[in-house]
Design a protein. Sequence first.
Length: 122
Amino acid sequence: MRTKKQKLLVGLAALTLVDIAAAEAADLPVKAPPPAPIQTFNWSGFYLGAHAGYRWAKADFSGPGYDFDPGVGTFSFPPRSEGYRLNGGIVGAQAGYNFMVTPTILAGIEGDWSWGRGSEGA
């Protein structure tokens, strides 16, 4: 049979061993978590879009008269002076379909339509 002193000594020794093991475990290197996978975006699919705007444009043209002879007679063209003011709104739409061939190659088809209004005059 063990005495109280022996039991106390065995208990203290056991506590010391547990404390040493815990301290050594805290010093062990920790593995870093694996890096998160790189997320790639998939651009495949159908899309629709619209656009609108306004344009400011001015073009003036003037040219001297001239004669042209194609071999069957002479054609005379008078001098010209023209002015264009193409200010006006622009609207349109586009639609298409894209397909990811590989993670870095995109193929697709697109159609678009635009309409603008302008005026002619000086």
